[in-house]
Design a protein around this ligand. Structure first.
Ligand code: NAD
Length: 475
């Protein structure tokens, strides 16, 4: 049974309302998650509040030592974490292993706490006056991650928060709740005291209770744009600090000088890896100049990508998370046809298979005003929207309300620089199809892809999870 972690006790949420957890590759229910009530949230927050005085005054070296142990345990458990991600999310085992590795990088970064948490001193700021800046934790922090990276995104949040001296309440995605349980068990095994990390399962009611809770001081949220916007607004109204990462509509520009043998496999991996359920998925490819041969190759190679269960070694595209979500993605494809798009690779043939599969789909002749040209789809659908010049391509991408990532394939330094300077996205790939920053840098969406000031991980994360105190001294 899926249980909450409150202090040192694993217990069932008090509600009898529940949702199914699926194996999306078979389309069968494998578990159920009970939806925590505001009272369950209160209990978890109370445990975090109770742990805070002891944890926030635990020496940094001791907190760091525990983080090193947690890192070692994660390294030992990469395979079982990955297998569980594949089981209840559906992505391929290789993608799941990659996800765990990228999550562990944040723990590596958090192990640098003795350096990261240092303050500053200015001796003699005035006659016989010195000034010192110290970093303090913020208090109880809550994390609300999305379904698509069940281990990595929670790892963006709690390791850095707790090494900074905060205590934490995590509400995992109700669609992929299993990975956080495994992470929390390893966290306790590493020796962290009870109450430093608490887990409440549930959906919007539990999340909203955390966002409004008077004892929660900061919110780390990752999810869709409308929810990110609402969480930002609500958390700010309650006087909390908040970082809310939203959705994406990522464009990939391909210049005429790009090497197609480099660009094409990279674009396919970006668009169809993780079945397109990635905030760094390429969604629209913008060939500059002649587009026919690129589109034809993309279509042929997309149609040939092996679709199947994530635990089969040959699989490149796993299932979608839920049947209803797949239905929404198919509706986007149908609507694209009504709006004048031309399907050149059609993944809808996969709909007859058991499991929530949809094959890679490529739509040519997409204009930025069409639904598939402007809205996040979050499925294995790639639109082609050609442009005559780099200027026009940049303009197409910059019309989007979301600005998570943008990519250019080119062999021209001049085009690459022009793109880097003018593109309105927080993460830019130059011949890199999934421009995910390493944990030492911030994950940095722009426009509707991010609400807040300080991004997740990197030194932004340290800033977010600490508050500063400045002491002016005269003896
Ligand atoms: P979602 O917005 O449906 O849910 C995200 C989380 O919010 C879940 O834990 C959910 O329970 C919770 N939630 C739902 N309603 C809420 C409410 N009213 N108040 C507070 N919390 C609420 O997103 P999803 O479908 O799980 O994830 C996919 C989305 O996440 C996509 O839009 C994707 O682009 C985005 N995403 C963004 C990033 C990024 O870094 N920008 C990373 C991964 C995913």
């Amino acid at each position: 049974m899926i249980q909450n972690l409150v202090g040192d006790s694993w217990r069932a949420p008090s509600s009898s309302d529940s949702l199914p957890v699926y194996d999306p590759a078979r389309g069968v229910e494998i578990d159920r998650v009970l939806l925590s009530t505001p009272d369950d949230v209160d209990a978890a927050v109370a445990a975090a509040v109770a742990a805070y005085p002891g944890w926030s005054t635990t020496p940094v070296m001791e907190r760091t030592r525990l983080m090193f142990r947690f890192k070692a345990l994660l390294e030992e458990h990469v395979e079982d974490l990955a297998a569980e991600i594949t089981l209840h999310h559906g992505k391929t085992l290789d993608e799941a292993r990659g996800e765990v590795r990228r999550g562990i990088e944040v723990v590596d970064f958090a192990c640098g706490a003795p350096t990261l948490l240092q303050g500053r001193t200015l001796r003699g700021v005035n006659r016989e006056v010195d000034q010192d800046l110290y970093r303090f934790p913020v208090g109880v922090v809550a994390g609300i991650p999305p379904f698509n990276f069940p281990a990595m995104i929670p790892l963006w949040m709690f390791p850095l928060a707790v090494v900074c001296g905060n205590t934490f309440v995590m509400k995992p995605s109700e669609r992929t709740p299993l990975s956080v349980i495994r992470l929390a068990r390893l966290f306790l095994e590493a020796g962290f005291p009870p109450g430093v990390l608490n887990v409440v399962h549930g959906a919007s009611t539990a999340a909203a209770a955390l966002v409004a809770h008077r004892d929660v001081r900061a919110i780390s949220f990752v999810g869709s744009e409308p929810v990110a916007r609402a969480v930002y607004r609500e958390a700010a109204a309650h006087g909390k600090r908040v970082q809310a990462l939203g959705g994406a509509k990522n464009h990939i520009v391909v210049m005429p000088d790009a090497d197609p043998d480099v660009a094409i496999p990279a674009i396919l991996g970006s668009a169809f890896g993780n079945a397109g359920e990635r905030c760094l998925a390429g969604s629209v490819v913008v060939p500059v100049g002649e587009a026919k041969s690129l589109t034809a190759r993309l279509a042929a190679e997309a149609a040939a990508m092996p679709v199947g269960p994530g635990n089969r070694p040959e699989t490149k595209v796993g299932p979608l998370i839920r049947d209803e979500h797949r239905g929404r993605v198919v509706e986007y494809i149908d609507r694209a046809v009504r709006e004048g798009g031309r399907i050149v690779a059609d993944g809808r043939a996969m709909l007859k298979q058991p499991g929530f599969f949809l094959g890679p789909t490529v739509i040519d002749g997409v204009a930025p005003g069409m639904a598939v040209g402007r809205e996040e789809i979050f499925g294995p659908v790639l639109s082609v929207s050609s442009a005559q010049t780099l200027d026009a391509a940049i303009e197409t991408a910059n019309r989007m309300a979301l600005g998570n990532m943008a990519v250019i394939f080119t062999t021209s330094g001049r085009s690459a620089r022009e793109f880097r300077e003018r593109i309105e996205a927080g993460m830019v790939g130059i011949n890199v199809p999934v421009a995910q920053p390493f944990a030492f840098f911030p994950f940095s969406g722009w426009k509707g892809s991010f609400y807040g000031d300080l991004h997740v991980h990197g030194t932004d994360g340290v800033e977010f999870y600490t508050r500063k105190k400045v002491v002016v001294t005269h003896w």
